[in-house]
Write a protein that binds this ligand. Sequence first.
Ligand SMILES: Nc1ncnc2c1ncn2[C@@H]1O[C@H](COP(=O)(O)OP(=O)(O)OP(=O)(O)O)[C@@H](O)[C@H]1O
Ligand SMILES: [Mg+2]
Length: 225
Amino acid sequence: MATPVPPVPLASGRDAEVFALDDHRVLRRYRNFCDTASEAAAMAHAARHGYPVPEVHRAQGRELEMERLYGPTMLDASLDGLISPEESSRILAELHERLHALPGRKGSGQDRLLHMDLHPGNVVLAPRGPVVIDWTNARDGAPDLDLALTALLLALTGDSTDPPLAGLAEACLAPYVGHVKGDPTRLIDEVVTLRSDDPNLTPEEIALRPRAADLVRKAWAAQVH
Ligand SMILES: Nc1ncnc2c1ncn2[C@@H]1O[C@H](COP(=O)(O)OP(=O)(O)OP(=O)(O)O)[C@@H](O)[C@H]1O
Ligand SMILES: [Mg+2]
């Protein structure tokens, strides 16, 4: 059942709207039907092992009620010049390293919990440190897949036509691939084809992916391994 009180809108993304319920809680509500249970389970696993995520209070149908965070996203802080691309890239790489060091959810296999959308807009610089939001695409798998996705997102954005955003993303790609513990190119072809049927993506965005993958390969080749 939908929350009856009209909450205060905080943000509106492609898939969901976020409302403040009070000083401590927000409600993230998907526009279309979507079951938030697996997202909440991923966040709970991360939180149980001390990983910085908002505490989940309730997950029901398309609604997720969670801890309200205070602070800018790393994207906004970067665009405002409060944090350098080098620092932002180091934080992204560290957040990935910490996430992939958590015990997997499937026993003793190699799979780890992956976020699968870690970019500066999904990190909130809260008083307790960087906190990762937007676990919609979280799944289990090989950590290199997560690294490839972030590198691809940075390359795609660096190639976009929005100058400040493109400049920032371009400046982040080389330091990010330099900092990660793993190979962001090994599974990049899988990531290029991943979610190509996503209705949120334009045909142009899909067509840019192979070129962005080449940018990641170049950035990786330029690093000393
Ligand atoms: N727990 C939270 N506390 C405070 N603000 C939040 C919280 N979660 C999300 N927000 C706000 O809502 C915005 C969008 O959140 P989120 O990334 O989860 O949604 P989204 O629909 O995926 O958006 P986008 O398409 O922009 O990625 C965030 O940038 C942040 O400003
Ligand atoms: Mg988001």
